[in-house]
Design a protein. Sequence first.
Length: 121
Amino acid sequence: MRAYLGYALVGAGVLGVLAGLLGWLLGPQAARSIWWAAAIAYVVQLAAFAALLKFRRRATAFLAVWGGGILVRMAVVLAGAYWVMRSDVLEPAPALLGLAGFLFVLVLLEPVFFFVGQREG
């Protein structure tokens, strides 16, 4: 539970700082797209990390969940691209680059928290 909570808190902080900075740099129109991307990436990553933690002691199941998480992330980016391109609600470039970038940043944080709370031996 410590690993999940730590990941959730640090992930939210990192995404908040990145999205705020990018929104400030790119302007108010792109900021809405950036925050949308951050929210979607955060929810997807919390679910994927929870699944990894649940199966971390079972090697075969862990590999299946890890591979499934990769496919889910790809599907989310593709679905986001489809929705953003078909609607005029968000700016496509900041939304899609933000979504892919935020997912990548959160994936890089996973190993930092993966072994938190596990006992050696």
